[in-house]
Design a protein around this ligand. Structure first.
Ligand SMILES: Nc1ncnc2c1ncn2[C@@H]1O[C@H](COP(=O)(O)OP(=O)(O)OP(=O)(O)O)[C@@H](O)[C@H]1O
Length: 289
């Protein structure tokens, strides 16, 4: 399911003394099956943009196309339920939205709300508990008895349970330790590859954008200023600096290493794995001389 934004603008509290423009003239295309990262400085409009991706907000100006649905300022709310079934959003700290008395019921809530029958919803809940690496027994436990990392997984399972075709992740690893962060991000990567799940990641982490995304949208002052592959986006350090964004660590190391050896490496080191490979190649050339 492709998502396209054409000249999208958004005003909070429109026509009130508190009116505030959060988006203007945003153009972007997110292709079905892609992994897109949305990056940008604090206040650049990422969260506002994200809420347009499943009709939680309707654009004040312009058009949002989500698959066959077209959303404009005049779109009626009842046309949007179908869109929400297809686009699942994992909000920041999603565990704050858990509310049922057991983990199983919490995961079943989403699919049942979209008309899935109880038995199928229960089957999905148990399957997801396993897939997300949670112990089976927690199905009957209260979500509030779990650790922070487990609660996060339960909340993610609740979104995956209604089988969205697009998964939107708003800083999904905020507040987790480095191991928990990596595990959750790797899990999304597996889902993206295995189910060809269109994935949209809103992140402050340049490393995560470089590591996981195949497409990056840069937001600045409420508009989309760059859209391209990680290689394209991170090749222009000066331009990124004007948007107050830095390069991923591996790319910075590469720049320093290239200066040291006096030539360019064959690939752009977007991840530490690629950088390590490139350094190993140079080391073996030097060793062979
Ligand atoms: N509910 C609201 N009412 C009024 N203005 C808002 C509201 N939410 C956000 N804004 C403003 O809209 C602009 C864009 O905010 P948004 O939260 O979309 O940015 P962001 O890039 O997601 O920021 P962050 O990285 O801090 O989450 C900011 O100037 C913000 O102050």
């Amino acid at each position: 399911m492709d998502i396209t934004l054409q000249q999208v603008g958004y005003l909070y509290a429109k026509n009130s003394p508190f009116e505030k423009r959060a988006l203007h003239e945003v153009d972007a295309t997110i292709h079905s099956g892609s992994y897109t990262a949305i990056i940008g400085h604090t206040g650049s409009g990422k969260s506002t943009l994200l809420m347009h991706l499943n009709g939680l907000l309707k654009p004040s100006e312009g058009i949002v196309k989500i698959g066959d649905a077209t959303i404009t300022a005049g779109t009626k709310a009842k046309g949007l339920k179908e869109v929400r079934r297809h686009v699942g959003i994992v909000f920041q700290f999603p565990e704050h939205q858990l509310f049922e008395e057991t983990v199983e019921k919490d995961i079943m809530f989403g699919p049942m709300n979209f008309g899935v029958d109880k038995e199928e919803a229960r089957r999905r809940a148990h399957e997801l508990i396993e897939q997300l690496g949670l112990p089976k027994e927690i199905a009957e436990q209260s979500p509030f008895e779990l650790s922070g990392g487990q609660m996060r997984r339960v909340a993610i399972a609740g979104v995956l349970a209604f089988k969205p075709s697009v998964l939107v992740l708003d800083e999904p690893t905020a507040g987790l330790d480095p191991k928990g962060r990596r595990e959750i991000m790797d899990l999304f990567q597996v889902l993206h590859e295995r189910e060809n799940l269109t994935t949209i990641l809103v992140t402050h982490s340049m490393e995560d954008a470089a590591r996981y995304a195949d497409n990056i949208i840069v937001m600045h002052d409420g508009t989309s200023v760059m859209n391209g592959t990680p290689e394209e986006i991170f090749s222009d350090e000066e331009r990124l600096a004007t948007y107050r964004l830095g390069l991923p660590r591996a790319v910075k190391f590469q720049r320093d290493f290239e200066k040291l050896i006096g030539r360019s490496l064959s690939k752009m080191a977007l991840t530490e794995e690629i950088l390590a490979e490139e350094i190993a190649k140079v080391a073996s050339e030097v060793g062979g001389r």
